[in-house]
Design a protein around this ligand. Structure first.
Ligand code: CP
Length: 313
């Protein structure tokens, strides 16, 4: 399957390494566009992009909106909290209403795993999953992969540790699906209550402590503790979590000499990552944000069929 012939981008589980390579490769010239004084090319003139987020977002929603604008698409956002969703309008009716207004792409976030898949089956619009429950967040994983490859020169065979709340993390799942296609050695580190049972079936090794899990890794991807998805006490206290799992500069000594630290954001500073590490040059969280715009430009461009020559020069 060629990525530009897909109707939807719902996850990384079912897309190929070749498709991922096309997206990451297309993001390179997109990053050049973002660096220009005039950040505008006509590639998607006349196309419509709408973002509909049933959960809060800063990075994903704004970067999709800017990505569309930089490519000259008409972008719009449905503010769910002030929309007729609050009057009880169903997901199905909301999406049909939007579809009838004519946008080409719907970028959607929802707290229910599978909601974008349901919508994709029931609309003619192309659907991009911007995070569904605890299932997948494919564009976050793609920007993580882009950021890692930009720093390391390759993804092939890297040792990657994902640390923290794996159980509730759609970012972790999409990273695992994506990076495993590039032969990465994948580890997850966290309290056993935050590690999904059967994670080994995805080819991932689980570690209960930072000392063993971080040994020799090239990349440390630190996850947010998702208090909004934890409906019981999954670890004794924040203080104990901080003591055992907060990544600090001294932990880098366990990893490879040139190891980098990622965080999808928003960060809980002083809980899963120390401020000192978050602000060190080894932590590439700000690069991830910039790369997120480039990767989302690439995805919109490929899905909406922009002409390749229009992004050059
Ligand atoms: N990483 C991420 O999805 O951030 P937002 O929730 O701010 O979009």
């Amino acid at each position: 399957m060629r990525f530009d012939r897909r109707k939807d981008l719902l996850g990384l589980r079912d897309i190929t390494r070749e498709e991922i390579e096309v997206i990451l490769g297309t993001a390179i010239p997109m990053k050049d566009i973002i660096r220009r004084d005039v950040k505008k090319v006509p590639a998607l003139r006349g196309k419509g992009v709408i973002t509909v987020f049933y959960e809060n977002s800063t990075r994903t929603r704004t970067s999709f909106e800017l990505a569309g604008k930089y490519l000259s698409a008409d972008t719009s956002n449905l503010a769910v909290s002030t929309s007729s969703v609050q009057k009880g309008e169903s997901l199905k009716d909301t999406i049909k209403t939007i579809e009838m207004m004519g946008p080409d792409v719907l970028v959607m976030r929802h707290s229910c795993s599978g909601a974008p898949h349901y919508v994709a089956r029931n609309t003619t619009m192309r659907v991009i999953n911007a995070g569904d429950g605890i299932n997948e967040h494919p564009t976050q994983a793609l920007l993580d992969m882009y950021s890692i490859r930009e720093r390391k020169g390759t993804l092939e065979g890297l040792k990657v540790a994902i640390v923290g709340d794996i159980l509730h993390s759609r970012v972790a799942r999409s990273n695992i699906f994506g990076l495993s296609k590039f032969g990465c050695e994948l580890r997850v580190i966290g309290p056993s209550t935050l590690i999904p049972p059967g994670i080994d079936k995805l080819g991932v090794k689980a570690y209960a402590n930072l000392e063993s899990g971080l040994k020799g890794v090239d990349v440390i991807n630190v996850l947010r503790i998702q208090k909004e998805r934890q409906h019981g006490a999954l670890f004794p206290s924040i203080d104990e979590y901080r003591e055992l799992y907060m990544i600090r500069p001294e932990h880098l000594a366990l990893a490879a000499d040139d190891a980098i630290v990622l965080h999808p954001g928003p960060m809980n500073r002083g809980i899963e990552i120390s401020t000192e590490l978050a602000e060190s040059p080894r932590c590439i969280v700000n690069e991830q944000v910039s790369n997120g715009v480039a990767v989302r430009m690439a995805i919109l461009y490929l899905m909406l069929g922009g002409g390749r020559d229009e992004i050059a020069g």
